[in-house]
Ligand binder design. Structure first.
Ligand code: SF4
Length: 501
């Protein structure tokens, strides 16, 4: 286990492996019904939205190319970004891990003398556990995205990248609002039904009070433009824009992989991200800010202080892996979650990270390492059906990375952790698998021995078990072994070919 923190649970080493966590989740029929309804609705809408663009494949290839180019020259673009942000009046901070990022943000908030902040929905701040760190320092952090608000008020954990409360239905949300809103600020109006408009209005009134009072806001960003130092946030509700423009101090915590070289590159992602995530042709709100700029600061609109915290937290280690680095192309659209048959049944919490679903299964074990039970199990949390790759707007070959990480878990090998090249030992529980693979290789390399083994098996087929004993039992718990044929294919072929017919 390394020190990289991915939001939840607080101690990944103690988190159960994915199969154990998922077993609990799939027993919950209500959860499965909520997830099935939500993911199928979003995926169908996305398919229609993407089909409208004739050049989707070219946009996808262009997004991939921009991201790959930027990752290859990440050092150069990050320095260019720092220069541009600083020139525009912002201050750039570098954070190697979650602890450092939390310390920087906490100190910045303390320096303002404030005791509360409003937050724009951000995966990076969830990843580092910022709300908990601020709370420990006596600072209240209020989520302003509707779904994040539901999760926060419900003392819950997010289970989807884009729709963190996807596992909740309307009646549950109404109950949460009625029970909890008063403890965090303006109480929910009475009576409150479970009509979406009523729920949205209750949230609007509750949040408005916070927007008007807050002096400090914390955000992430979807993109950072190196040439101009521009930060970009895509959102659907407009609550993020309130946070980005009303408070006096704005602190943005952003993963280093979010940089793109030029303003023009946004043209691609402005088309692919909204269609992939919310099935919208464009975002209802796209907010861009460049440092303080001439119209911002004390005499203009927007914050008078801007801080950018650039977060590594395992990303440069991931970048060192030639196959796995493609996970850093991710633009967090969540399309891969919505088509994944495993996510649809297991839900997001079983992945033990703020990044669930297929992208979580490849990102978490790279950012955090494969030392814990949950991280060693995540590369197996997939059917390898490839649906995630098909929908990914930046063409991340998730199945390829899953197989690559499975090999790492089962065989060990060289990886980069904390910037240092180390050799991993195989994870526990794969000894029998390795022995079986070695035996298979020995046999397949020797045609004569393989033929003899096939004939022996055919003769003894009535004794062949339907379930494997010992270490193989887990494999046949959910599968049946195939019936052994009376004759091997080889013998059948030889017989058929020699038949004079
Ligand atoms: S891996 Fe691809 S599909 Fe999944 S969230 Fe990231 S960009 Fe979207």
């Amino acid at each position: 286990m390394t020190g990289t923190h991915l939001g939840m649970p607080a101690f990944p080493a103690a988190a159960p492996a994915f199969p154990a966590a998922a077993r609990e989740a799939v027993r919950d029929e209500g959860l499965r019904a909520n997830l099935r309804h939500a993911t199928h609705t979003i995926r169908d809408k996305r398919r229609r939205a993407v089909a409208e663009l004739e050049d989707w494949d070219r946009l996808r290839a262009a997004g991939r190319a921009v991201k790959d180019h930027t990752l290859r020259h990440l050092d150069r673009y990050l320095l260019q970004l720092e220069e541009a942000v600083t020139a525009a009046g912002g201050t750039v901070h570098w954070a190697a891990d979650a602890d450092e990022a939390n310390r920087i943000v906490t100190d910045l908030v303390r320096a303002t003398g404030e005791r509360e902040v409003v937050k724009v929905k951000s995966m990076a701040t969830q990843e580092i556990g910022l709300n908990e760190a601020l709370e420990a320092a006596g600072i209240a952090a209020y989520e302003t995205d509707l779904a994040e608000l539901i999760v926060q008020l419900g003392h819950d954990r997010p289970s989807h990248i884009l729709v963190p409360a996807i596992h909740r239905n309307r009646a549950e949300i109404r109950d949460i609002f009625r029970a909890e809103m008063g403890g965090w600020g303006r109480a929910a109006p009475e009576p409150l039904g479970d009509d979406p408009r009523e729920l949205a209005e209750a949230a609007r009134l509750h949040l408005r009070e916070k927007f008007l009072r807050a002096k400090v806001a914390v955000s992430g960003a979807n993109f950072m433009v190196a040439e101009t130092g521009t930060m970009v946030v895509f959102e659907s509700e407009g609550n993020g824009r309130m946070c980005l423009t009303l408070p006096e101090t704005l602190i943005s915590v952003v993963g280093i992989e979010k940089v793109v070289p030029t303003f023009r590159d946004l043209e691609i992602f402005l088309q692919t991200l909204p269609r992939s995530s919310t099935a919208e042709r464009m975002n209802p709100y796209t907010t861009m800010w460049t440092g303080l700029g001439p119209s911002r600061g004390a005499d203009g609109d927007g914050p008078s202080a801007f801080h950018l915290v650039l977060l590594d937290n395992g990303r440069t280690d991931t970048l060192a892996d030639e196959v796995g680095r493609q996970a850093l192309r991710c633009i967090r659209c969540s399309a891969c979650l919505n088509v994944c048959p495993v996510y649809e049944r297991a839900g997001g919490h079983a992945y033990g990270s703020v990044y669930p679903g297929p992208i979580g299964a490849i990102l978490s074990p790279q950012l955090r390492g494969t030392g814990s039970a949950i991280d060693a199990s995540l590369p197996y949390a997939s059917t390898l059906c490839g649906a995630c790759y098909e929908v990914c707007p930046v063409a991340i070959d998730i199945p390829e990375v899953l197989v690559h990480l499975r090999e790492r878990v089962a065989q060990g090998g060289p990886v980069t952790r904390g910037g240092v090249r180390v050799t991993l030992r195989p994870a526990d529980g794969h000894t029998a698998e390795r022995a079986a693979m070695r035996a298979a290789r020995l046999l397949l390399d020797r045609p004569g021995a393989l033929r003899a083994a096939e004939r022996l098996l055919a003769r003894a087929r009535r004794l062949a078990p339907r379930r494997l004993p010992g270490a193989g039992r887990a494999w046949t718990d959910s599968r049946e072994l195939p019936t052994v044929p009376a004759e091997s294919f080889r013998d059948w072929w030889a017989r058929e070919r020699s038949d004079p017919r």
